[in-house]
Design a protein around this ligand. Structure first.
Ligand SMILES: *Cc1c(COP(=O)(O)O)cnc(C)c1O
Length: 380
């Protein structure tokens, strides 16, 4: 069934098509000038020293774990209420993810107090996720990291241009990763970005991205180099120039897109404030945020009732989702035996409603009415 109101809508027009076409016509389609331009745009917009494009965020997170020096025997603390890539990445380098709980339904990001409780002599780092583009409690998290000499990776996939006390998300920890997957704020199909203010981390990331090669094909093709050395074990994590050209157009649109999303978010908040059963996470957060998704949590609910509410909404042509199925309960992580009561409540009772710039105020009003009617019918 195609939904009348989908969860997400791609903000594409002729500009992305033209940019891809122009790149194809240019004769250089792999990593080259469009990637360099995209990296420069990121550095300028984020006010960060280094940006290294990647072919997706999962690999950017893998690079983060490598440049932070995580390895076998190390423990890396991360949230469970996130996409699996946020915790899988520490396993790529042989480390073990240690799941920490969220603050609660009002703030569904990782809880600094629970991070501290889970620190052992083996802990080497923390992976923070800024869910829905709303900042995690970075002051507390950075203080814990400094106290215990831990590296901090920001999985900033949900938060391009989101702010925290005057800084952009992704520029507060040691390094960060962004995703350009189709349904993210910046969409290129597949794609990602690694950013850092650390020169050595950038140098390593650039080598890891391309087999540890000391020069790139584009440098050789343009006559700037004739040979290369393999200096370390690297991978092929490169983004092609066709996608970089699309990302550049998406970045140009981003500030305006986020302004419109803020209006959508405000309308949701106004409408839902009166519904007793609904908690809107991060309500009252005064920061500029990306509003990647719009999650709500139902109070005094069960998973069965939440699922019935989702079906009620779907039957009226509106798509919903769940962010996220808790990672610590997936079969690959269940053997760790982690118990996270707040994460478990939210994963069972959260509903993600449609969020994108093209959503009209009338549509938001209709969605909220359907949610309100559904709650009356299912919860009484
Ligand atoms: C989308 C997403 C990823 C993975 O990004 P890819 O580019 O698809 O690899 C990682 N973490 C979070 C929080 C995400 O939402």
């Amino acid at each position: 069934m195609a939904y009348r109101v989908p969860l997400f809508n791609l903000n594409f027009d002729e500009r992305e098509a033209q940019a891809a076409y122009d790149t194809i016509k240019s004769g250089w389609i792999s990593t080259g000038p469009r990637n360099a331009e995209l990296e420069q745009m990121f550095k300028d917009m984020w006010n960060v020293k280094h940006a290294v494009s990647m072919n997706n965020c999962t690999n950017a997170l893998h690079v983060c774990c490598m440049v932070c020096g995580f390895g076998p025997g190390d423990e890396v603390i991360c949230p469970s209420l996130t996409f699996a890539a946020s915790c899988n990445c520490s396993r790529y380098v042989g480390a073990t993810p240690v799941f920490a709980d969220i603050v609660g339904p009002e703030h569904i990001n990782i809880d600094p107090a629970d991070i501290e409780r889970r620190i052992t002599p083996r802990t080497k780092g923390i992976i923070v996720v800024h869910l829905a583009g709303y900042p995690a409690r970075m002051d507390e998290i950075m203080a814990i990291a400094r106290k215990h000499d831990l590296k901090v990776i920001e999985d900033a996939c949900h938060g391009p241009l989101s702010a925290y006390k005057g800084r952009k998300l992704g520029t507060i920890g040691d390094c960060a990763a962004f995703s350009f997957f189709s349904n993210k704020n910046i969409s290129t199909g597949e794609g990602g970005m690694f950013i850092t203010n650390d020169d050595e981390m950038e140098r390593k990331a650039r080598l890891i991205r391309s087999h540890g090669m000391s020069t790139m094909s584009y440098q050789r093709a343009s006559g700037h180099a004739t040979e290369y050395d393999i200096t370390c074990l690297g991978y092929n994590f490169r983004m092609d120039d066709i996608r970089a050209a699309i990302a550049i157009e998406q970045l140009k649109k981003l500030p305006g897109d986020l302004e419109t999303r803020s209006k959508v978010r405000r309308r949701y908040e106004e409408n839902l404030r009166g519904i007793e059963r609904v908690t809107v996470p991060f309500i009252g957060c005064g920061e500029f945020t990306s509003n990647y998704i719009f999650p709500i949590v139902i109070k005094d609910s069960t998973k069965e009732k939440r699922n019935a509410l989702r079906e009620y909404i779907h039957a009226r042509g509106i798509q919903t989702s769940v962010h996220y199925p808790a990672a610590h309960l997936f079969s690959t992580y269940r053997e760790l035996g982690t118990v996270l009561p707040k994460t478990e409540y939210v994963t069972n009772n959260e509903v993600t409603l449609p969020m994108y710039a093209a959503l009209t105020m009338e549509q938001v009003d209709e969605i909220c009415e359907v949610v309100s009617d559904g709650i009356k019918e299912i919860y009484g």
